[in-house]
Design a binder for this molecule. Structure first.
Ligand SMILES: [Zn+2]
Length: 116
């Protein structure tokens, strides 16, 4: 063990303390900043599964293709309406804020004008 190692270790500890303080602050901040960082807000569009116009959410699904004996792995983004949404994601769904009736009407109006 060299002097450098000791200094490195104590610097790391200081950084860890600083990080802990930061994450505490982030947790306190969360209620106000959550909305801005919410990526899963429903959007108007055509459902990939039933092809109806509805409020859609994005779902990542892993896909494995085998072409000529070689397997390829990929993540496919699907846009699904409430009816087609995978039920196993219900806990995630609960985190998504519900739109009010007024917001839904606004979205429908925008969609009809072709703004979305
Ligand atoms: Zn659907």
């Amino acid at each position: 063990m060299s002097l450098f190692d000791n200094r490195f270790a104590s610097k790391n500890a200081a950084q860890a303390r600083a990080w802990a303080m930061n994450s505490e602050e982030r947790a306190r901040d969360n209620s106000s900043s959550q909305r801005r960082h919410e990526p899963a807000a429903p959007k108007m569009g055509i459902c990939d599964k039933c092809h109806k116009e509805a409020l859609l959410r994005s779902y990542r699904s892993r896909q494995t293709d085998v072409v000529d004996g070689a397997a390829s792995f990929g993540v496919v983004i699907k846009h699904l309406c409430e009816d087609c949404a995978p039920k196993s994601r219900r806990e995630k769904d609960a985190e998504v804020p519900q739109l009010s009736n007024k917001q839904v009407k606004n979205l429908m109006r925008s969609a009809k004008k072709g703004l979305l």
